[in-house]
Design a protein around this ligand. Structure first.
Ligand code: MN
Length: 287
């Protein structure tokens, strides 16, 4: 299943992406559905049954080219990110391979959807790109054993962990939180692909193109901590809830590790592509 948030006159509305277009979801099992988070909360089994009954439906379908998408989740309780989760990215950053996941977070004010602009803050001159696989939590849990962790993942989307390196790495105390959570620094989308359609999340090509030129080109098999390991680890700290978002780290090729360094500028277009998930495209503007 592909679950998208479509823009309507009444605000964002969850929808299935079917063969013929987007089908807005107003109710499920007689209950009104307001947000994607509420939709995920009904559980994958009920959602799948509902989806499959609609597969050959044409009434109410909105043609894909006439629909504007929002971030697939706009109101998560939490956005959690893992740093340095690809062996070769840790190496290019001059960092040791971490023995445990390195966690940081972003605020929901950083979320934007496909096509929305990444705004360069006037207080940074070193805004960098990071292509990432993003986990969407579908089932709540705390102290989740790694063997059961996959059951808590509703699906996957593409994420872009935009990062102001001058704040993240050069300020006193290394301001990871600030450097990672400027407004617009968390593009996600274009939709959620449910877990059942991605048999092995650790075997997906992941790429980032800047103005059409490939800058990152790797595979999620390079990840140090698997999606299951990350979910289990994070759940030691916080109770995960449906709609929570976990960025799983970026492969090599980021701008600050290049010689000379490469940073985003107004007019750039970033595209993050992950096999089976699609392409997340965002223009860059000066704030
Ligand atoms: Mn990252």
């Amino acid at each position: 299943m592909r679950l998208a948030n479509i823009a309507t006159g009444d605000g964002p509305r969850p929808a299935f992406l079917l063969e013929g277009g987007y089908l807005p979801i107003e109710t499920l099992s007689g209950q009104p559905v307001g947000t994607m988070r509420e939709l995920l909360d009904v559980g994958m089994t009920a959602l799948r049954a509902f989806h499959d009954r609609l597969l050959d439906r044409s009434a109410g379908l909105l043609p894909a080219d006439r629909v504007e998408l929002c971030a697939p989740i706009l109101d998560p309780e939490k956005i959690i990110c893992v740093g340095l989760n690809y062996r070769d990215h840790a190496a290019e950053s001059g960092a040791d391979i971490p023995k445990e996941p390195v966690l940081f977070s972003k605020f929901r004010s950083a979320l934007i959807g496909p096509g929305e602009a990444i705004v360069l803050p006037p207080v940074s001159n070193e805004v960098d790109y990071e292509a990432e696989l993003v986990l969407i939590i579908g089932k709540s849990g705390r102290f989740i054993p790694e063997a059961q962790a996959m059951e808590h993942i509703a699906g996957y989307t593409i994420g872009h962990d935009v990062s102001a390196r001058d704040w993240q790495l050069k300020k006193d105390g290394r301001q990871w939180l600030a450097g990672k959570t400027f407004d617009t620094f968390a593009p996600i989308g274009p939709w959620i692909v449910t877990r059942d359609e991605i048999p092995d999340p650790m075997n997906l090509g992941i790429r980032l193109r800047l103005n059409g030129e490939t800058k990152q080109d790797s595979n999620t098999r390079q990840m140090i901590f698997s999606p299951a390991a990350v979910v289990a680890y994070v759940s030691q700290v916080v109770t995960l809830q449906p709609g929570d978002i976990i960025f799983t780290g970026t492969p090599p090729g980021v701008g600050f590790a290049k010689n000379p360094p490469l940073f985003l500028k107004a007019g750039d277009v970033c595209e993050v592509e992950i096999d089976g998930l699609g392409v997340l495209r965002n223009p860059v503007v000066q704030g």
